[in-house]
Design a protein around this ligand. Structure first.
Ligand SMILES: Cc1cc2nc3c(=O)[nH]c(=O)nc-3n(C[C@H](O)[C@H](O)[C@H](O)COP(=O)(O)O)c2cc1C
Length: 178
């Protein structure tokens, strides 16, 4: 199956991008194909009625329509969704047919803080439910990510690696059954 990975911040050193790259590699090692959208793909004009749809939005919408699931890897800003990712979701939500409708979503977050971005996950659930997605009940959160993620995004703690492995496998099982 094909999974889309969407996330990270616009920072070149983004911890969430590192985590996303690790998750994409994990999914590939479990036999899935992965399409990643990050960084410049997400540097979009603010959504406004009447603006032409940016090329990256069309590309992401097509990839989502062809995918069996999406993994959103999001920083938490002020206990919520960061603006660049909300803006991308809003652009995608006005494309027809909606690429979100019925799509299985796994939410992941990394933060240097103790809660691992878990409050942002709650905000994501509200938005994704409104879009008609199926959202996996268990999210991936990596607290103290500045200490726990290696340069290539691999978690240094074995417990984090095995939790991620389990959560990803369960998501893949659920989204395959659809
Ligand atoms: C505007 C802003 C608000 C933030 N709010 C939170 C927050 O509510 N919770 C949290 O855990 N970290 C918060 N942070 C810290 C981010 O988690 C941290 O900068 C993280 O590294 C951002 O993700 P990135 O590494 O992928 O860029 C905030 C950072 C910024 C810039």
């Amino acid at each position: 199956m094909t999974l889309v990975f969407l996330g990270g911040s616009l920072r070149p050193e983004s911890l969430n991008r590192r985590l996303m790259n690790y998750l994409a590699r994990e999914a590939q090692s479990q036999g899935q194909s992965a399409r990643v959208f990050e960084g410049e793909d997400l540097r979009l004009p603010l959504y406004e009625d009447g603006l032409p749809t940016p090329g990256p939005v069309e590309e992401m919408a097509a990839a989502l329509r062809n995918a069996q699931g999406v993994v959103i890897v999001s920083p938490e800003y002020n206990a919520g969704i960061p603006g660049h990712l909300k803006n991308a979701v809003d652009w995608l939500s006005v494309q027809r047919p909606s690429p979100w409708s019925g799509l299985p979503v796994l939410i992941a977050a990394a933060s240097p803080g103790a809660f691992g971005g878990s409050r942002g996950v709650i905000a994501w659930r509200t938005t994704l439910a409104n879009l008609g997605c199926w959202v996996a009940p268990t999210a991936i959160t990596v607290p103290m990510a500045d200490k726990n993620l290696g340069e290539d995004g691999t978690p240094l703690e074995e417990r984090t690696r095995s939790e991620i492995h389990r959560t990803l496998q369960s998501f893949l099982g659920k989204s395959i059954q659809g």
